[in-house]
Design a protein around this ligand. Structure first.
Ligand code: PMP
Length: 434
């Protein structure tokens, strides 16, 4: 058993001054029990905690670090930018370069605005969709996450499957009531909402590959169906590609599934590990934004020079490295098959959903995990045991069943093999429960 003495002490201190000791809830390890581990450093595919324990990392800061930790090319871009000043509150040329790079990779984007987080980007995209259409309501899918703005903290509960109820204290019934909940991979549920409320719906927002209820791929025709419904009802189709953008292909899920959204929400990789988000899309919609239009949106640190430098360095590498995604996906596929083989050998019933370099090991007997409801059938006790045993064997998976594992370009085939061998002990620990 490894020791976490320093992390425990740091957590005690943090709890005195930070709610729950963490600045984002998933870091608290609540769903796997135990206490959070405090990190000291990261290098390539590995992270080291403040007790000196080293782990092979499959969280990768929840997605931004597609090149791994402290990639020297990204670090050097940040250092260079920092030497010229960290913020001006005035435009810089780097912002235009980053935006041009994004537009090159995402053909559906004609104009793009930079912000500082995925939450801000999703919130602003919805505001501009409302401003553009003159309508108020939004269709969101149960189990999809779009940051913590009021309109998005709504999910279906039993008996409230269509009209939204707040998922968090502090969200007013007014905000929640404008959010209509549909079911992922169920076009009928979207049609129903539009039949009843079509004239009031400004936008459909979706994670084109769901990654916040565990990874769930869209069924064939699902995204095309959303495209068709949105066009028919003159609603704005918003793809939240905060996780999928630049990861599933250069042009994200839109490239992978050959579909164009009206607006795209970006985050994570676009900042190369520093805080950046962005939203953009059709020129006619994006022209509604201040200072050229009536929809207000702003940010003191938006387009921050350090963050822009890190993002630009990251995107350029993704864009120019030959076979970047092919090689990333192949490594993820080896991991997927290795984990399945281990689980089968040991007799643990697990289902792995993988799309490209995103995957989730569901402790779930269902073969087809297609939506929030089936994801929720997973055995979270088994996941907890799996997570802890993996951690004790030097592998850092997400501290929750309903998140993705992220493979980065910095993971080598040796690293993948190491994770597969370590998973043996983790699946054995699960089997011991049965
Ligand atoms: N959208 C999606 C799909 C996300 O996964 C997240 C965060 N995990 C967000 C939006 C919010 O981004 P942020 O945490 O940067 O505010």
């Amino acid at each position: 058993m490894i020791k976490f003495t320093n992390s425990e002490r740091a957590f005690e201190e943090a709890q005195k001054v930070i709610p729950g000791g963490v600045n984002s809830p998933v870091r608290a390890f609540k769903s796997v029990g135990g206490k959070p581990i405090f990190m000291a450093s990261g290098q390539a595919a590995y992270i080291t905690d403040i007790d000196g324990n080293r782990y092979l990392d499959f969280v990768c800061s929840w997605g931004p670090l597609i090149l791994g930790h402290a990639d020297p090319r990204v670090v050097s871009a940040i250092k260079q930018a920092a030497e010229h000043g960290t913020s001006f509150g005035a435009p810089t040329e780097g912002e235009t370069l980053l935006v041009k790079q994004v537009i090159k990779m995402f053909p559906s984007i004609e104009l793009l605005r930079l912000v500082s987080s995925g939450t801000e980007a999703a919130m602003s995209a919805l505001r501009v969709a409302r401003g553009f259409t003159g309508k108020n309501r939004v269709v969101k899918f149960a189990g999809c996450y779009h940051g913590h703005a009021d309109s998005f903290l709504v999910a279906a509960g039993s008996g409230a499957l269509t009209l939204g109820v707040p998922d968090s204290k502090g969200v007013t019934p007014g905000s929640a009531g404008d959010t209509l909940i549909a079911h992922f991979n169920d076009l009928g549920s979207v049609e129903d909402l539009f039949r009843k409320h079509g004239s009031e719906i400004a936008a459909i927002i979706v994670e084109p590959v769901a990654a916040n209820m565990g990874v769930i791929a869209p069924n064939q025709g699902f995204l095309q169906g959303l495209r068709e419904i949105a066009t028919r009802y003159k609603a704005v189709l918003i793809f939240d590609e905060v996780i999928t953008g630049f990861r599933l292909a250069k042009g994200g899920a839109q490239e992978l599934f050959s579909i164009q959204a009206d607006l795209t929400v970006l985050g994570k990789i676009i900042g190369g590990g520093l805080p950046v988000g962005a939203f953009g899309g059709r020129r006619d919609i994006m022209q509604c934004i201040a200072p050229i239009g009536p929809v207000y949106q702003a940010g003191t640190l938006s387009g921050n020079p350090l963050a822009v430098a890190a993002g630009l360095a990251t995107l350029k590498l993704i864009d120019t490295e030959p076979n970047f995604h092919k090689s990333l996906d192949e490594k993820a596929s080896v991991l997927e098959h290795g984990l399945i083989e281990q689980a089968e050998k040991i007799g643990v019933k697990a289902t792995i959903n993988r799309v490209g370099s995103l995957m989730t090991v569901f402790f779930n007997h269902e073969k087809n995990i297609l939506n929030f409801k089936s994801a929720m059938q997973s055995n979270t006790i088994q996941y907890k045991v799996f997570f802890i045993a993996a951690l004790n064997n030097g592998i850092y998976f997400a501290p929750s069943q309903f998140e993705a594992a992220f493979v980065s370009a910095a993971h080598s085939y040796d690293d993948i093999e190491k994770a597969i061998s370590a998973s043996k002990a983790a699946f054995e620990a699960v089997a011991a429960l049965q």
